[in-house]
Design a binder for this molecule. Structure first.
Ligand SMILES: Nc1ncnc2c1ncn2[C@@H]1O[C@H](COP(=O)(O)OP(=O)(O)OP(=O)(O)O)[C@@H](O)[C@H]1O
Ligand SMILES: [Mg+2]
Length: 457
């Protein structure tokens, strides 16, 4: 928090202005002063003070009217009013209209300092919270769902539209495909972005606990319920609740969930009071819910309620272009987390990554790249930095010849192959380094490093 502030002092009595100016200047603050509401408004607009200290009764626009207009110009700047005893009622009324506080004349300077400090602290705190929210929603920009592939881009586009509605969304897809990332993107781009985003994994808790976790419970509802507790439906009020692994939810809770979805109301476990909430529900699953409905494991009515909008996130192996993009993204991320210089991925290693089927999808890729960053010793990730199972893959790159029979150690064979790849790519691109690097999916810097390593002119 800053320690020096710009304080606008507004009073029609010159001696009051002077006394306050001196007091606040002595405490190291910058002061501005105005002798009526009109003058105050002008300075408020031009000088953007951090806080306003203003008399109520003044000629040419009184304090209340000035407060009203200041609030419209910038509601973030706190206004403290000054009043004589006779005006206390008016001052209280002003609190309702957005004044931060009031002090009664004649006032004690210490008290005034305290009120001003409180206003400034609150302001700084609000600003910090705003910045945090901003940072949080920035980090869930669509840009953070990295993708090159048309099917994922379509999902991102849909997600942007869906975010603005209040509809329930079912997000399905294999484990690690980015379902939670999409759920967060929906929340942080919705009108609920400043409300809570709460996630619960329905598979992680036994049935009875899941119920009280979701609905809360009253004191004494069951053995061990020593105090009343709010459930997640209540805590997510004005925000979004993500029910992860919804396919694992037991049938008896599915009935109760259906009611929340339909009526937005419920009772705590052991309670009779009906609680109303304003929440948006997102559900994620790596199962095929329609199949589960057919097998009688999932309620059909609940399925339709949740499935108002369905997003099916494709597995990574069906998003060919994304492996290289995400691999590079994770390398940069883990390199900076490990205080390592930017690390590039060797084309052979990239070819191996492309050939893998990624059963664990993006999460698996992130883990493999974190390991690779840790295992690599230089500025480049080589095939030997990948887990052993990757190095037995038939890694071919489109448009390149098959490697010849492997002689000598794997490392030597890989180097020979890599050198040939580089020569071929250079030839195809008329020795243009930038185009060659682009084709190989590495940076120009990494290419120059390779050319030097293989003594290619
Ligand atoms: N397109 C993407 N761009 C960047 N990071 C991604 C992308 N997709 C997934 N990730 C990252 O991969 C990890 C797994 O994603 P997430 O937790 O959203 O998957 P999930 O589908 O919910 O998995 P599970 O079914 O196991 O819960 C997270 O760290 C996420 O940030
Ligand atoms: Mg998840």
């Amino acid at each position: 928090m800053k320690t020096q502030y710009r304080i606008l002092i507004v009073d029609d009595e010159e001696n009051v202005r002077q006394m306050l100016t001196t007091a606040f200047s002595l405490s190291g603050h910058q002061t501005l002063s105005a002798e009526n509401g009109l003058d105050a408004l002008q300075q408020f607009r031009d000088m953007q003070p951090d806080v306003v200290l203003m008399d109520i009764r003044m000629p040419h626009l009184n304090g209340l009217d000035a407060l009203h207009q200041m609030h419209r110009l910038n509601p973030k700047i706190p206004v403290v009013l000054m009043t004589a005893w006779a005006g206390v009622e008016t001052a209280v009324e002003a609190l309702r209209n957005g004044a931060f506080d009031y002090v009664i004349k004649p006032f004690d300077l210490d008290e005034l300092h305290m009120v001003i400090n409180r206003a400034l602290q609150l302001q700084a705190m609000k600003e910090e919270i705003r910045e945090l929210h901003q940072a949080l929603s920035d980090s869930w920009q669509w840009g953070h769902i990295l993708t090159h592939t048309p099917c994922m881009m379509a999902i991102c586009r849909d997600t942007a539209k869906i975010a603005l509605s209040n509809a329930n969304v079912l997000i399905s897809g294999e484990s690690g495909t980015g379902k939670e990332l999409i759920a967060r993107a929906i929340h942080y781009h919705s009108r609920r972005a400043n409300g809570p985003f709460i996630k619960i994994n329905c598979a992680a808790l036994p049935d009875s606990l899941l119920e009280s976790e979701l609905f809360g419970h009253e004191k004494g509802a069951f053995t061990g319920a020593q105090v009343q507790r709010q459930g997640l439906f209540e805590r997510a009020h004005l925000g979004t609740l993500l029910l992860d692994e919804i396919g694992e939810m037991p049938l008896n809770l599915q009935v109760k969930l259906l009611r929340v979805l339909q009526e937005r109301e419920f009772e705590r476990v052991g309670g009779s009071q009906t609680i109303k909430v304003d929440i948006r529900i997102l559900a994620a699953t790596n199962r095929n819910l329609a199949d589960q409905v057919a097998q009688g494991l999932f309620r059909e009515d609940l399925f339709y309620r949740l499935n108002v909008i369905h997003l099916e996130v494709p597995p990574l192996r069906q998003r060919a272009g994304d492996v290289v993009l995400l691999a590079n993204h994770f390398v940069q991320k883990f390199a900076s987390e490990n205080q390592r210089d930017i690390i590039e991925i060797d084309p052979q290693a990239l070819a191996y990554l492309n050939a893998w089927s990624w059963p664990g999808n993006v999460r698996e890729l992130a883990n493999v790249m974190e390991r690779a960053v840790i295992m690599s010793t230089g500025a480049v990730i080589f095939p030997e930095d990948l887990p052993p199972q990757f190095q037995h893959l038939p890694a071919t790159q489109p448009g390149t010849e098959e490697p010849g029979p492997v002689e000598g150690s794997l490392k030597e064979a890989v180097k020979r192959y890599e050198k040939q790849l580089l020569l071929n790519a250079l030839a195809r691109n008329d020795a243009n380094r930038t185009h060659t690097a682009l084709e190989l999916g590495i940076s120009r810097r990494a290419l120059m490093y390779k050319l030097q390593e293989y003594a290619i002119e």
